[in-house]
Ligand binder design. Structure first.
Ligand code: SF4
Length: 67
């Protein structure tokens, strides 16, 4: 299990995250990222991590520490 957080002040709406992992990320009408889900199951962490690293604005963080 991992947790995603998004910094809306950094998000520039490039949508790389949405293209890479549409099950986790979406964009709102203002072009800011929306988390469809914030908690990521183990089998989905790889693609979510790829989406986090695809963000040109470094607006996304993935915390894979167990809680
Ligand atoms: S890739 Fe980054 S800047 Fe682009 S929409 Fe996603 S969070 Fe925002």
């Amino acid at each position: 299990m991992a947790t995603i957080t998004a910094d809306l002040n950094k998000c520039q709406g490039y949508a790389n995250c949405v293209v890479t992992d549409p099950d986790t990320f979406d964009l709102d009408d203002d072009g800011k990222v929306v988390l469809v889900r914030a908690r990521i199951a183990d089998e989905d962490v790889a693609v979510a991590d790829e989406a986090v690293r695809s963000c040109p604005a470094a607006a996304l963080m993935l915390d894979s520490s167990r809680s």
